[in-house]
Design a protein around this ligand. Structure first.
Ligand SMILES: C[S@@+](CC[C@H](N)C(=O)[O-])C[C@H]1O[C@@H](n2cnc3c(N)ncnc32)[C@H](O)[C@@H]1O
Ligand code: SF4
Length: 338
């Protein structure tokens, strides 16, 4: 028997699992899957290399036996994976999963929201980088309109998948004006917008520190218009720093992974679509769980492998980030799920 709830070398438990269900996406966000790299002839993973739902379910179950309570389905765009609601139902049925969420660009959400909720999904996070089509389309780079993302948010709320969180990546020179636009649009609703610092994930987005708008500047800009008060975090490892409007207009959050790294509290593991477990968003290599499963490992073998991986974990890339680390090999965000 494996011992429950192992800690890594820095004393951090495994609490969250992010599962990437596909490396494909119908958007080409310039900060994530730029068209020049992810073009027509880009080689995505062949189907045989992608975990099937049973394999994903086994890995989630093993991770729950080691302490995971929160599971987030992501991608690529998770809703391009066919019958995702079947996987949702399988994961929702695992005893110990307390929070089951989905991160999506919402392009395919409106017609799917009801089926996802019925299958047992708890909440969704929707990525939306601007409220004006000119900016949003320049960022998603496939001409997708804002109105259909807002339709997806509405459908999710109607299906009981709320309160919806909105993720917004701010990249200097592209969408700084979206900070006040989005804050204003969702003030007075249950939706919290979380502004994310543009991160140096992957190699393809040409990241430069100059393109990062520090979260502190985002907070200052909103606070100057609608005064904010900090809110204490819900649990260890929570990624967003939360603020509420002093006048009771709801909440916003910022994710300051570049300017104020929070590795010391990071309780997340990430599973790529082809079954590699990454113990850090910036890890250069994953641990091959697909090979283990396909060579006949039992559930106990799988849990033991996860325990060994976790107890050897010492990643704290963001805290060590220096000019030298910028050139280290990294995994693409669309592969590992953000
Ligand atoms: C990789 S996406 C996958 C799920 C889904 N396609 C979506 O966009 O919500 C997950 C999150 O990562 C964020 N993201 C992607 N590239 C990023 C980058 N370079 N820096 C910060 N956040 C990034 C996206 O904005 C999104 O909120
Ligand atoms: S951020 Fe999400 S929607 Fe945009 S390209 Fe990446 S995976 Fe696709």
């Amino acid at each position: 028997m494996t011992s429950a709830a192992p800690l890594d070398l820095l004393g951090r438990p495994m609490h969250d699992l992010r599962v990437s269900v596909t490396d494909r996406c119908n958007f080409r966000c310039v900060y994530c899957m730029p068209k020049e790299i992810f073009g027509r002839d880009h080689a995505f993973l062949p189907r045989a290399e992608i975990l099937d739902f049973e394999e994903i379910e086994r890995i989630v179950r093993a991770s729950v036996s080691l302490g995971v309570r929160k599971v987030r389905l992501t991608g690529g765009e998770p809703l391009v994976r066919r019958n995702l609601e079947t996987l949702v139902a399988m994961v929702a049925a695992i005893d110990g999963v307390e929070d089951l969420t989905l991160t999506t660009n919402a392009s395919l959400l409106a017609p799917k929201a009801r089926a996802l909720a019925d299958a047992g999904l708890h909440r969704v996070t929707v990525s939306l980088d601007a409220l004006d089509d000119a900016t949003f389309q320049a960022m998603n780079d496939v001409g997708f309109p804002v109105s259909r993302v807002l339709d997806g948010i509405r459908a999710a709320e109607e299906a009981g998948l709320g309160p919806v969180k909105v993720n917004t990546v701010i990249r200097r020179g592209l969408n700084e004006h979206a900070v006040l636009d989005l804050a204003e649009r969702f003030r007075g609703t249950a939706t919290a917008v979380r502004f994310i610092e543009y991160m140096d994930v992957g190699h393809t987005n040409g990241w430069r520190l100059d393109d990062v708008v520090p979260a502190a500047d985002v907070v200052a800009a909103i606070d100057a218009r609608w005064p904010l008060v900090p809110v204490a975090g819900d649990y260890r490892g929570e990624v967003a720093q939360r603020y509420r409007y002093r006048d009771g207009g709801g909440e916003i959050g910022v994710i300051s992974s570049v300017t104020q790294p929070f590795c010391g509290d990071c309780t997340r593991a990430r599973l790529s679509a082809d079954g590699q477990l990454f113990t850090c968003l910036f890890a250069t290599a994953g641990h091959d769980l697909r090979g283990l499963i396909r060579s006949g490992a039992s559930d106990a073998d799988l849990a033991e492998a996860l325990r060994v991986i976790w107890t050897r974990r010492d990643d704290r890339y963001s805290e060590l980030r220096t000019l030298e680390t910028v050139d280290l090999p990294k995994v693409e965000m669309s592969f590992i799920g953000g």
